[in-house]
Write a protein that binds this ligand. Structure first.
Ligand SMILES: NC(=O)c1ccc[n+]([C@@H]2O[C@H](COP(=O)([O-])OP(=O)(O)OC[C@H]3O[C@@H](n4cnc5c(N)ncnc54)[C@H](O)[C@@H]3O)[C@@H](O)[C@H]2O)c1
Length: 335
């Protein structure tokens, strides 16, 4: 059996914990070094999952014993850390979004696209088993030619205002997952028409942001992708996907923990609540995301989102922001 790859984890907040869990549960990886500027966070994570803790992420690049880096620190650190990983020759899986500023991304673009060091972006929803199955069926031709994709993504409740204030706005923070999902089905998007709404949160409105969005993307073969987002949903984390084609339709509905349904005098077919929030709903996808990146490191075929995928999701988010502000349709290209 091959020696497990020694993982260095940067950032031990919400998503850092998820990655630590994926690393320790995968037979081919161990958690070797953990860095967080908040030392206590790194120490707690190392105590729970293994490895040595530091408050200095640079140690992971200089130590010479990190085989794979997972970047789960705040968005503003991503580009700098990806560049350090390339320079140190360490494969790196970096959380989304790649950055909030396209000029910062473009400075690293040529280097990131020409390096032989594997770089991956954390658009985990590609690896949700249900969405992946739906996509495989679309690719297999089960619904003929794809004409429309409907993505519904509603959070149970908004994130704290101090998070939202630096999030880059709903299109770059939340819809960014859906832009990647859209491109996973229709890589070549030619235009973006978006509207932003202020339906329920005065705090979000005061930030100059929206609490709900509607986006229409046009693909180069005239495919239509519709995205509906809300920062709240009384019925829980609402994650659905529908593909419509010349020969029919495929759908993924929301998930509950069990398939048991309750029938009584007052209700029928009642189920428990939806798997609520991303840690529960997408736990499998985070594990699969790591496995997919390992395939890339091994040189096998892999659907790990690339640096360019990270960039294009941001291009679409920027176009949506501009479209919502101007009330016009924005043309986009991959160049
Ligand atoms: N893929 C997903 O589903 C998903 C979900 C949540 C967050 N994210 C992304 O992951 C990133 C982190 O989000 P989060 O919610 O875990 O944030 P968080 O605030 O919970 O955690 C961030 C951690 O990084 C640490 N940190 C801050 N600056 C650092 C630095 N320079 N070097 C090392 N560590 C540093 C903080 O102390 C904190 O522990 C963001 O880019 C976010 O968009 C992705």
């Amino acid at each position: 059996m091959a020696t497990p790859l020694r993982v260095g984890l940067i950032g031990t907040g919400r998503i850092g914990q998820v990655h630590a869990m994926s690393v320790v549960s995968h037979p081919d990886t161990t958690l070797h070094r953990v860095a967080d500027v908040f030392l206590e966070g790194a120490q707690k994570t190392a105590e729970s999952f293994g490895g040595t803790a530091t408050d200095n992420p640079d140690e992971l690049f200089s130590a010479g014993d990190v085989d794979l880096l997972i970047i789960a620190s705040p968005t503003s650190t991503h580009i700098d850390l990806i560049e350090k990983a390339i320079d140190a020759g360490i494969p790196a899986l970096c959380e989304k979004p790649i950055d909030l500023d396209i000029t910062v991304v473009d400075k690293l673009r040529d280097k990131a696209n020409s390096t032989s060091v594997p770089i991956g972006l954390g658009f985990n929803r590609r690896f949700d088993p249900h969405f992946a199955d739906l996509r495989a069926r679309v690719k297999a031709g089960d619904i003929g030619a794809l004409e429309q994709l409907l993505i519904t993504s509603r959070d149970p409740a908004p994130a704290p205002v101090d998070y939202l204030a630096v999030s880059g706005g709903i299109f770059r923070d939340m819809t960014i997952h859906d832009f990647d999902m859209a491109r996973y089905f229709v890589p070549d998007i030619v235009s973006v028409t978006a509207q932003g709404f202020n339906q329920f949160s005065s705090e979000i409105k005061e930030l100059g942001d929206y609490d709900a969005t509607a986006v229409a993307l046009r693909g180069s073969k005239d495919e239509l992708i519709l995205i509906s987002n809300s920062r709240h949903a009384a019925h829980g984390f609402d994650q659905r996907l529908e593909a419509f084609g010349t020969e029919g339709m495929l759908r993924v509905e929301n998930l509950t923990d069990t398939n048991v349904r309750h029938y009584s005098a007052t209700q029928v077919e009642a189920r428990g609540p939806y798997q609520n929030f991303f840690l529960e709903r997408y736990m499998d996808s985070y594990r699969n995301e790591l496995e997919e990146f390992l395939k890339k490191i091994r040189g096998e075929a892999s659907n790990t989102p690339t640096f360019e995928d990270g960039r294009m999701a941001l291009v679409l988010a920027n176009a949506a922001t501009e479209s919502a502000k101007s009330g016009t349709t924005i043309s986009v290209s991959a160049k």
